[in-house]
Design a protein around this ligand. Structure first.
Ligand code: C5P
Length: 238
C-alpha cells in the first residue's frame, strides 16, 4: 500500500533483522520508520536498501542543535530521498526554519521530505518540567505552544499522542499533520506505553499517521496484524 499512513517502527538492531522482516511483506509497499538505533548501527546503506525495495521512510533522528548545524544536517538528509524527518521543537523557531531551508537546498527542487516536530517527549512530565527544566506552564499548554511554533516555522506537523491530535488540529490547523505513536490492538500483549489507543480510536481522534512498532514487528503474523491495523485506521484492505 503506497498510500499507507501506518508507519511501522523498524526498531531492530541489524540490517539482517530488517530485511527478514520486510521479506515477509513480499511486494507490499510500506511506510517505515528508521530511528536512531538502526541508523547509528547500519547507516545510510540501510536507507538505500529500504528505498530500493520501494518503501517510504520516516527517518526519526530528532535533530536539535544550532540553526546552522541543523540546516547543514538536513541538507544531507534530504539527499537520502527520505519522505519524513523530524526535529525537536524546543530548538526554537529559528532552528526549525533552518531545518526547512536545509531540506529545500538538499532536495534540489524535488519534493522536500515532510518535516515534523517533537514537542514534549512523552517521557517528560509536569514534575520534570517544573523542577529540572524550570518550565512552569501546564505541559498541555507547552505542547500546544511548541506545535504553534512549528507551524510558524513552516513545518508540516508534530509527533504527539492520538489524545492530543484533536486539540492540535483545532488550534494549529486541520492540515497540520499529527503523527501518533502509542498504538496497540485491543488484543495486544505489549503494553509498556502509558496511554495507548487502538488504530480505530486514533482514526476517530483525527490522527493523520500512526506509528506502530512492536504490535506489528513482534506479532506472530506481522502481515496479518498489519492488515488488521490498516483496516481499522484506513479502511478496506485491497
Ligand atoms: O513498539 P511501539 O509501538 O511502542 O513503538 C513506538 C515507536 O514510536 C518507537 O519507535 C518509539 O521510539 C516511538 N515513539 C514513541 N513515543 C513517542 C515518540 C516516539 O513511542 N512519544
Amino acid at each position: 500500500m503506497s498510500d499507507s499512513r501506518i508507519c511501522i517502527a523498524l526498531d531492530f538492531q541489524t540490517k539482517d533483522e530488517v530485511l527478514e522482516f520486510l521479506d515477509k511483506f513480499k511486494d507490499e509497499k510500506l511506510f517505515v520508520k528508521v530511528g536512531m538505533e538502526l541508523f547509528y548501527g547500519e547507516g545510510i546503506e540501510m536507507i538505500k536498501l529500504i528505498k530500493e525495495r520501494g518503501h517510504k521512510i520516516f527517518l526519526d533522528l530528532k535533530l536539535h542543535d544550532i540553526p546552522n548545524t541543523v540546516k547543514s544536517a538536513m541538507k544531507q538528509l534530504a539527499k537520502l530521498d527520505v519522505d519524513m524527518v523530524n526535529v525537536h521543537a524546543s530548538g526554537s523557531i529559528a532552528m526549525m526554519k533552518a531545518a526547512i531551508d536545509g531540506l529545500n537546498e538538499g532536495c534540489k527542487g524535488d519534493k522536500r521530505p515532510l518535516c515534523i516536530a517533537v514537542t514534549c517527549l512523552t517521557s517528560l512530565d509536569q514534575e520534570v518540567l517544573d523542577d529540572e527544566l524550570l518550565i512552569h506552564e501546564e505541559l498541555s499548554d507547552v505542547v500546544l505552544q511548541w506545535a504553534q511554533n512549528a507551524k510558524e516555522a513552516g513545518l508540516d506537523g508534530v509527533v504527539c499522542s492520538p489524545l492530543e491530535s484533536m486539540v492540535i488540529h483545532e488550534n494549529v490547523g486541520k492540515d497540520f499533520l499529527t503523527v501518533t505513536p502509542g498504538i496497540r490492538l485491543a488484543s495486544d500483549s505489549v503494553n509498556d506505553q502509558k496511554r495507548v489507543t487502538t488504530p480505530a480510536m486514533a482514526k476517530d481522534l483525527t490522527s493523520d499517521y500512526i506509528v506502530v512498532g512492536r504490535t506489528i514487528t513482534r506479532a506472530s503474523n506481522p502481515v496479518e496484524t498489519y492488515k488488521e491495523v490498516y483496516r481499522q485506521f484506513q479502511g478496506e484492505y485491497k
